[in-house]
Design a protein around this ligand. Sequence first.
Ligand SMILES: Nc1ncnc2c1ncn2[C@@H]1O[C@H](COP(=O)(O)OP(=O)(O)OP(=O)(O)O)[C@@H](O)[C@H]1O
Ligand SMILES: [Mg+2]
Length: 236
Amino acid sequence: MPTIVFVSPKGGAGKTTSSLVLATQIAERGKSVTVIDADPNHPVKTWAKDGAAPEAMTIVSDVTEEDIAEKIYEAAKKSAFVIVDLEGTAATIVAHAISEADFVVVPTQGSQLDAEQAGRAFRLIRAHERGIQKHKPDYNLPYAVLFTRTSVAIQSRDTAHIRRTFAEANIPVFKTELNERAAYKAMFSYRQTLSGLSRSEVSNVEKAIENAAAFAGEMVELLRASKSETRKEVAE
Ligand SMILES: Nc1ncnc2c1ncn2[C@@H]1O[C@H](COP(=O)(O)OP(=O)(O)OP(=O)(O)O)[C@@H](O)[C@H]1O
Ligand SMILES: [Mg+2]
């Protein structure tokens, strides 16, 4: 049911990596998940070419600006989760995908420049909210920033500073960061899930799995929290 849309106008922020990590984590737990691979380069479809996708995972890659909303809607009727990976430009297709979202993840690398680009994603979210608020004044679209490619060894001063800035601006941020790990890159080069990677060829696969599980766990918690928030609003 819930649709999670990964949005970041900045190319290379980690949308495809983090959406595939989340999708495979969910599917490996036996929950059905559809990935809408809306990037015209079809990175997820290419990844799945050799059969790496878990059984519970479906990939839909033939989407256009005109039909993405409908494709998401249809997928959400069938799958326990829908995950949308978009290309890195703020095109109309992004706005259409946001209109079907239950939660938006904004991946960003932990530098000031990258974080400033995330502001463009927030503006798209706000624009969507304003449209709905005309009929439902209390409506908010839940979202959170996900730091990607951060060092496992140290929290950089940049990242710590950006965390504080976001906190001051009441911008929600995942506690979990998707660390810089060779295993995340190797998923694409070997066309494998994290658990399918060869431990002798790729270093620290277990650490990446631990990190991926923490991200997926926090995502599920945030979805639960946002749902109960909505219920409260309806009850009030
Ligand atoms: N956590 C990570 N650890 C290591 N490498 C990563 C991680 N996240 C992303 N990368 C690498 O960074 C590059 C960009 O990541 P990715 O393709 O996921 O970004 P994107 O936001 O989908 O980019 P685009 O806007 O081009 O679609 C890729 O080479 C990917 O392998
Ligand atoms: Mg991508």
